[in-house]
Design a binder for this molecule. Structure first.
Ligand code: SF4
Ligand code: SF4
Length: 93
């Protein structure tokens, strides 16, 4: 993810991208605070996308992406009070 956005806060420095790169185009570089972040050698990169696909923060972001959400509740307050789901998922028992 860091490789895509350039935001250090989105990189844990796990080195998975470096390990996955088929061209050894990624190296971990120590910043001014002593943390290691990946840098891509653009002369070696073939833009295969392997580094993005392996990044755990990309997967985390994808997993957290909600494309659509719905909300609903039963109109009858007494019904709602007896259900944790707002009586959206009730049976007629
Ligand atoms: S896109 Fe592919 S070649 Fe380029 S840095 Fe990422 S893994 Fe390496
Ligand atoms: S795989 Fe993702 S989190 Fe790990 S070092 Fe590379 S950019 Fe950072």
């Amino acid at each position: 993810m860091y490789l895509k956005t350039g935001k250090k806060s989105q990189c844990s420095g796990c080195t998975a991208c470096m390990a996955k790169c088929p061209k050894n185009a990624i190296k971990m570089v120590v910043d001014e605070e002593g943390f290691r972040y990946p840098e891509i050698d653009q002369d070696k990169c073939i833009h295969c996308g392997a580094c993005y696909q392996i990044c755990p923060n990309v997967k985390k972001e994808e997993a957290n992406t909600i494309s659509r959400a719905y909300g609903a509740k039963h109109k009858n307050e007494q019904e709602r009070l007896t259900s944790r789901s707002g009586r959206c998922f009730c049976s007629t028992v």
